[in-house]
Design a protein around this ligand. Structure first.
Ligand SMILES: Cc1cc2nc3c(=O)[nH]c(=O)nc-3n(C[C@H](O)[C@H](O)[C@H](O)COP(=O)(O)OP(=O)(O)OC[C@H]3O[C@@H](n4cnc5c(N)ncnc54)[C@H](O)[C@@H]3O)c2cc1C
Length: 414
């Protein structure tokens, strides 16, 4: 079996690694101070690095079907794994290459379902990294892991849709450069389940749309890509802002979520790799009771268990990416759920091990584990809670065994 990426992918990953090592990592502190302390979300260093990555064509690498004239380098899902792991090491690296969430999956929706006019107005500026966007589905008042529950009303009045409802956790909506939302709501309340909802583009300056607040995740507010609560009061947009067919929201959601989940998992694996390296470094530098911490079997086990979990997750993610590329979203459905559960758990466990090895420093902002733990914990909920993915896995597992009588076959009895 050959697990190496093709030479072209390796060359692209080497270029990304070069920018990461020489331009991003040395300036990580500078960026964090600008974003976290000064709330400057587009510091000059980010703009400069984006120009550099754009100039090198290291751009839009996570997008599936770029038109011939669109900027950037298209990579398959499997090829993108080589790059995404590098980008995942620090939170803002993906934006340097215009490969960040939620904009990448939103661009993908526009590529696949947008009209020519929608593409010209909303996709084109995103492809060059000029504006940002957000995806607003989840609602505080209903259990949103079942998309059938979504209650925001998108009512047709003549040539307009009028939107009323409340959304939260619209990631990135509170970023000042966020110019539009993709909003999920009910257009056809009398249609069968799965055909009631549509997606519409809502410019962020539309009257009646209020940013209520940016939410914290385990007490941490992400100023770069805030998770925002939004109120829609008679928000009116033209019918031409609808994406795809009326009632086709589910279909679009499914198309969006497969690759988006895989990309999240790839970035998380890159982050976990850094966390393990930090644990090893720390364990060799501190001593207690006359021994280096690295000499304790519990510490060795924590690091080794982290490695076991990470390598399993990495291989599963790569296989899922391969299946998405070669067999499509539907065939890879179970795999996507498998990795969503496996990676989120591995990430969470690795953060916990890291905090323990770092002692008190592990729970502070002086080490990356506390923030990573908040992200990892939330990852077990967003893009579908663990339990919902386990339910999907079980259903597909059951389907696979339908009509068989394995007990008789394997025992020769009954
Ligand atoms: C950091 C972060 C970023 C997010 N970004 C976005 C975004 O950009 N856009 C957006 O629209 N949403 C976003 N979300 C919201 C996220 O997708 C939802 O929180 C998620 O779908 C779960 O919905 P809920 O919170 O309403 O939980 P609920 O649906 O109320 O579920 C609560 C719990 O019930 C249990 N449960 C639910 N179903 C089952 C089941 N079938 N079997 C067993 N137990 C079950 C699970 O334990 C689950 O965690 C984000 C969330 C977080 C934390």
């Amino acid at each position: 079996m050959d697990f190496d990426h093709a030479p072209r992918t390796q060359a692209i990953a080497a270029q990304v690694e070069d920018i990461f090592q020489n331009d991003i990592l040395p300036r990580n502190r500078e960026y964090m101070v600008a974003a976290e302390r000064d709330h400057d979300l587009t510091p000059a260093l980010l703009t400069d690095l984006k120009k550099k990555a754009f100039g090198l064509g290291l751009w839009n690498m996570a997008l599936p079907q770029l038109g011939d004239d669109d900027p950037g380098t298209r990579l398959s899902n499997l090829e993108f794994a080589a790059v995404a792991e590098i980008l995942g090491r620090v939170g803002w690296a993906s934006e340097v290459f215009n490969c960040h969430a939620p904009d990448t999956p939103n661009m993908e929706i526009l590529q696949m379902f947008g009209t020519e006019a929608q593409k010209a107005e909303w996709l084109a500026p995103m492809l060059v990294g000029g504006i940002r966007s957000s995806f607003a589905m989840t609602e505080p008042d209903v259990a949103s892991s079942d998309a059938n529950n979504i209650a925001t009303r998108i009512e047709r009045r003549g040539d307009s849709y009028v939107i009323n409802g409340r959304k939260w956790f619209a990631t990135g909506a509170g970023n000042p450069n966020c110019r539009f939302l993709i909003v999920v709501g009910v257009t056809n309340p009398d249609a069968p389940r799965g055909r009631q909802q549509s997606m519409v583009i809502v410019p962020t300056d539309t009257p009646g749309l209020t940013i209520v607040r940016n939410l914290s995740v385990l007490h941490h507010v992400d100023h770069r890509t805030p998770h925002t609560e939004l109120l829609f009061e008679d928000v009116e947009v033209p019918v031409s802002n609808r994406l795809g067919e009326e009632g086709g929201g589910f279909l679009i959601g499914q198309a969006r979520l497969g690759p988006a989940r895989v990309h999240h998992c790839m970035r998380a694996i890159g982050r976990c790799e850094v966390l393990i390296r930090l644990m090893v470094e720390r364990a060799s530098r501190r001593s207690t009771f006359g021994k280096a911490i690295r000499e304790y079997s519990s510490v060795q086990a924590a690091i080794s268990e982290s490695r076991v979990a990470l390598e399993q997750a990495r291989l599963l993610v790569q296989r899922t990416a391969w299946r998405l590329d070669n067999e499509g979203n539907k065939a890879a459905r179970k795999d996507v759920s498998l990795i969503k559960v496996a990676v989120a758990r591995a990430y969470h466990d690795i953060c916990n091990h890291g905090i323990q090895i770092f002692g008190a420093m592990g729970v502070t902002e002086d080490a990356p584990f506390a923030e990573a733990l908040a992200t990892a914990r939330a990852f077990r909920i967003y893009d579908g809670p663990d339990e919902v993915h386990l339910q999907t896995i079980f259903r597909l597992e059951e389907k696979q065994g339908e009509g068989q009588d394995l007990l008789s076959a394997y025992t020769g009895r009954y």
